[in-house]
Design a protein around this ligand. Structure first.
Ligand code: SF4
Ligand code: SF4
Length: 465
């Protein structure tokens, strides 16, 4: 294990006092019921690996791979354990070291009672295969690049229409999920103009980071966000040369690539706008990553201060609008709506009340709270591609909780959650299966998942063209 990453892991893990107060906030512990799939168990595995000074065994790799990186444990921890950084450094060490064939099973003393582990949990992680490499290609070399992603989407649609989806799924199993997430109808990638003027008297100017996937996979939501900002008197500038925020790479432990993306984006954002201009994000994962640039580049003498300055300018769109003072919507939406808190919005950016404030301003909306609103839905960046069984279980759990509110739709602030949950919801509809809502004999159907800003756009009566 790399000594640099091991040093970080050892230092960060020391803060954990094994109190277990984070366990009930951990989605994988709740769903899988195994202590080694809890924050406390994973920190123990990381410490043991670092203390042993040996490569991680396959069981450790498996439990770390099953971690969503949702950071609910970090928000719950009274001892201030920086679990997100800990996980990234440990994954960086795993990424640098080869897998072993040694796969010790957890002892009864450390493992909690198993509750129906998914199939992938019951076998040792195999060495890297051609399929693994093709999956990496899709995740790390296609999805972070909008043009490549748009081409892949076109090819995906074409393969689906030509009846070749099964072949593609065999070659790259992760593509199955991606194909399921494609919108039913073909849509053009959202165009991001260099500058859009506000509607009405100007109140502010923002730099917008729309992300890599949203303009390709949910272009309507991106266009609606632009209009909502304009409607609220904000001029919107979209710096053309921004790259991926680096989240996909950082979560997988590819920290050097993530740092390269971060340095590039910092240079672009510094030159594109004055140092006090807000940087507005539409996807919780991107916002969380940008806010983490300071920590990511803390050891870089040329970028540490600049990274912290850029991070301090980042605002989720809901948070930004609430701080600006949103124009009150006047068109009623007579619908019941519940909220799914995206992990990287609620646990990392600590934004929870702003989306509810915006929704409660809309006349006619019946706002409801769901159980486990802040428990991850399983989307978690590329997790739904790399851990599809657990991701699907978490999505069904989430949909069950949302359905139990009886709401017609659920609002969230992360496009990954929207695509993942709607894909699972549609597959459940096709299969005619209902989500397992606790204590509800015949639960209502799971609500459609939309972006909070989609509802605000509708309540402003803004056009979709
Ligand atoms: S991560 Fe925090 S809450 Fe969880 S066991 Fe360690 S000290 Fe306790
Ligand atoms: S990041 Fe999420 S899934 Fe991972 S240990 Fe923490 S709470 Fe559990």
């Amino acid at each position: 294990m790399s000594t640099d990453h091991a040093r970080h892991v050892a230092a960060l893990a020391q803060a954990c006092i094994h109190c277990g107060l984070c366990l009930e906030d951990c989605p994988t512990y709740l769903e899988l019921g195994n202590e080694l799939d809890s924050p406390r168990g994973r920190i123990l595995l990381m410490r043991r690996t670092v203390d042993a000074g040996a490569p991680a065994d396959d069981a450790t790799r498996r439990h770390i791979a099953l971690c969503l990186g949702c950071r609910a444990c970090e928000a719950a921890c009274p001892s201030g354990v920086r679990y997100g950084e800990l996980l990234e450094h440990f994954r960086a060490a795993l990424h640098a070291a080869p897998a072993t064939q040694h796969a010790p099973q957890p002892s009864a003393a450390t493992a909690g009672p198993e509750r129906a582990p998914p199939p992938s949990q019951s076998r040792a992680q195999p060495r890297r295969t051609l399929i693994d490499r093709l999956t990496d290609l899709l995740i790390f070399h296609v999805t972070p690049y909008p043009r490549r992603l748009a081409t892949a989407v076109t090819l995906g649609r074409w393969s689906r229409a030509a009846g070749l989806a099964a072949l593609l799924n065999r070659l790259i199993p992760a593509s199955r999920k991606l194909l399921r997430m494609l919108p039913a109808e073909a849509v053009r990638t959202a165009r991001l103009p260099a500058r859009l003027e506000p509607h009405g008297p100007p109140r502010d100017t923002v730099s917008l980071l729309a992300g890599c996937a949203p303009p390709v996979l949910t272009p309507r939501s991106v266009q609606r966000a632009l209009r909502v900002l304009q409607h609220n008197g904000a001029a919107v500038e979209c710096p053309a040369r921004l790259h991926c925020c680096g989240a996909i790479h950082a979560h997988a432990g590819r920290l050097d690539t993530a740092r390269d993306f971060a340095r590039h984006n910092i240079r672009v954002l510094e030159t594109a706008a004055p140092a006090d201009r807000p940087i507005v994000t539409l996807a919780a994962g991107c916002g969380a990553m940008l806010r983490g640039y300071g920590a990511l580049l803390a050891d870089d003498p040329h970028f540490a201060r600049r990274a912290a300055q850029v991070a301090a300018r980042v605002r989720d769109i809901s948070e930004y609008l609430v701080a600006l003072g949103p124009i009150a919507p006047t068109r009623p939406i007579r619908r019941s709506v519940c909220v799914h808190d995206a992990c990287h919005l609620v646990h990392v950016q600590r934004v929870q009340s702003a989306p509810r404030r915006l929704l409660s301003m809309i006349p006619g909306i019946d706002l409801r709270e769901a159980s486990e609103a802040a428990i991850c839905c399983g989307a978690a960046g590329s997790y739904n591609l790399t851990q599809p069984e657990t991701a699907e279980r978490l999505a069904r759990r989430k949909l069950g909780n949302l359905a139990a509110t009886g709401a017609a739709c659920a609002a969230t602030g992360n496009i990954g959650c929207i695509l993942h949950l709607n894909a699972v919801r549609e597959s459940m509809d096709e299969a005619g299966s209902a989500p397992p809502a606790a204590a509800a004999p015949s639960p209502p159907p799971a609500p459609a998942i939309v972006h909070t800003i989609d509802l605000l756009h509708e309540a402003y009566g803004l056009p979709d063209s």
